[in-house]
Design a protein. Structure first.
Length: 184
């Protein structure tokens, strides 16, 4: 009976390669378990993005003369809301521009602040403009607005918000812009 042919020396896998493979397998399993834990925590908490809005706005003073110079004082209440039941929210880099017909009247700026879970915080801004020179079209629009009893201002800006529960957290920039109507 013939002997089976040998195809050369058999190479065995180095034990260091086996150790590296086992360590990589353990790390992979830990990453998968951590991902499942974070996902289940996210589904349990169901976080909502905190929001910022205009609570109210009022035109306190308006002075419009025959030379088409407009001076106004506007009070704007900005409301920061956190609808999360278990998450604390913080806002930073808050800066809004109050505009009238494309001209910036004032900048509404706030230092970083926090909003606790399921609550809101209001900020009152009183801004007085310096005299704004108006072109004839804008002056006519102001006259029409005074007759109607409503002037439209625009509030545009940004803020950054961050919510955090334990190790789970997120960071969102909020871009904010909408026309604000105030009664004269």
């Amino acid at each position: 009976m013939p002997k089976p042919k040998q195809f050369g020396p058999r190479n065995h896998t180095n034990p260091l390669i086996w150790c590296a493979a086992i360590i990589c397998a353990i790390i992979s399993v830990l990453v998968i378990i951590t991902g499942i834990f974070v996902f289940l925590g996210y589904l349990t908490i169901k976080p909502k993005v905190p929001k910022i809005s205009v609570g109210s706005a009022s035109l306190d003073t308006i002075y419009f003369d025959q030379t088409s110079l407009l001076t106004v004082q506007v009070t704007v209440v900005i409301r920061a809301e956190n609808d999360n039941a278990k998450a604390h929210a913080s806002f930073s880099h808050t800066r809004f521009a109050l505009n009238f017909r494309g001209q910036t009247i004032a900048y509404l700026v706030n230092d970083p602040f926090s909003v606790t879970a399921n609550s809101s915080v209001d900020f009152n801004y009183v801004s007085q403009s310096s005299p704004i020179p108006l072109n004839p079209e804008a002056a006519e629009a102001v006259n029409l607005s005074l007759r109607q009893g409503v002037m439209v201002f625009e509030l545009k800006g940004t803020t950054r918000t961050r919510w955090r529960v334990g190790l789970i957290g997120s960071h969102f920039p909020i871009v904010f812009g909408l026309p604000t109507s105030v009664a004269s």
